[in-house]
Write a protein that binds this ligand. Structure first.
Ligand code: APR
Ligand code: ZN
Ligand code: ZN
Length: 346
């Protein structure tokens, strides 16, 4: 990681320049740094951000200078097959800025997830700017741009958790805890948090978990069945992204229940399951990419619920840091010390 001067072009057609106020440090930024993502180096990291629109291209009408926005990486096109059949959350032609930000010598930057918000200003497609209530703190709002939205959406949108459901969440980092918050919001009667770290289980309880299981010392499948009358949970959300935990999710779910994979696996991982169990247990096995969110629908709604005190998004902000501290934040993330470190700009 290095802090460098960059050139941000004036916004062209369909583009906006946003003055960043806050940007969370996400696992995906670390994946970029560790070489796990095949975009062209150098990267402009950071993508969980909120800020103020500074200028827009001539034809932009949805946002205007002065608007407080959360940046998203799902600016839907409105024209692809998914959009046209009313499923824009599966849009496969999402928009980013066309122009490139560069280093001073002209080297083009690859902004993380088409955003690049560990920067005082960034250039995005106007559709990547989602207006929300400006009364909310930027550090809190920005988190909706990625991990917190992924977790809440895994419960609400993908898992379709309903009133009275039993829900288990495997892996209680920022994403898993957000799934706990989503399950609680949806009216789940029982929310079982599973992790290998007792500190994470304690936090999950404050987020709304009704039961906790340390899967280092206890078989989580047996424990979840035991807590659900021997059946298994209606919805099990896997928020780690590993084959072992996916298998736990698969067997910890009631017959005809739902498994949601929101943890992101690496390309080398393989899953081995008896096909007869996939058939015999019925139900649905889903994955949740960005919480199946539609930013224009979900970001303002979640900010409103936060402002009303019905969810506490501030609980996800463990610390606020300066731009020069991102490397340290990666280390703390690796140690499991934080849910989110958030870079704040003066
Ligand atoms: N069983 C249960 N929990 C586990 C296991 C395991 N085998 N291995 C790790 N965990 C827990 C960790 O203790 C931690 O609390 O999973 C949690 C992961 O949390 P974070 O590292 O904070 O990651 P988070 O930001 O929540 O993202 C989770 O979703 O977006 C993806 O790339 C991200 O795959 C990652 C996942
Ligand atoms: Zn589309
Ligand atoms: Zn992210």
């Amino acid at each position: 990681m290095r802090v460098e001067a960059i050139l941000v072009p004036d916004p062209g057609p369909g583009e906006a320049v946003v003055r960043i106020q806050a940007c969370g440090v996400c696992h995906t930024d670390l994946h970029y740094k560790q070489g796990g993502i095949n975009d062209d180096f150098p990267f402009l990291l950071g993508h969980e951000a909120a800020g103020i629109v500074e200028s827009v291209g001539g034809d932009v009408t949805d946002v205007a200078p002065g608007d407080f926005v959360v940046l998203n990486w799902r600016a839907v096109c409105g024209r692809c097959r998914a959009c046209l059949r009313g499923r824009p959350q599966y849009c496969f032609d999402t928009h980013n800025a066309r122009q490139k930000m560069t280093l001073l010598d002209g080297t083009e930057l690859s902004p993380a997830l088409g955003i690049g918000a560990f920067a005082e200003k960034t250039l995005v497609a106007a559709g990547q700017c989602t207006k929300v209530d400006p009364a909310v703190s930027p550090a809190v709002a920005g988190l909706l741009g990625c991990g917190v939205m992924a977790g809440i959406g895994a419960a609400l949108n993908t898992g379709q958790v309903g009133r009275g459901d039993s829900v288990a969440v495997i892996g209680c980092g920022g994403v898993g805890d957000a799934a706990v918050v989503g399950a609680r919001l949806a009216g789940a009667a029982k929310i079982i948090a599973v992790d290998i770290d007792d500190r994470k289980l304690e936090t999950a309880r404050t987020m709304g978990a009704t039961h906790t299981v340390n899967s280092r010392s206890t078989d989580p499948v047996e424990a979840i069945r035991g807590l659900t009358g021997g059946f298994g949970a209606d919805v099990v959300i896997e928020a780690v992204g590993r084959p072992e935990t996916y298998k736990q999710a698969f067997y910890a779910r009631d017959l005809a229940g739902t498994v949601v994979l929101v943890g992101v696996p690496t390309p080398d991982m393989r899953l081995d399951l008896p096909l007869i169990d996939v058939f015999g247990r019925g139900g649905s096995l889903k994955s949740s990419w960005y919480g199946d969110c539609l930013p224009s629908r979900d970001f303002p709604m979640l900010v409103d619920l936060h402002q009303q005190g019905r969810i506490d998004l501030a609980a996800f902000v463990t610390e606020t840091i300066g731009l020069g501290d991102v490397e340290k934040a990666f280390a703390r993330m690796h140690e499991g010390d934080v849910l989110r470190s958030v870079v704040e700009f003066a």
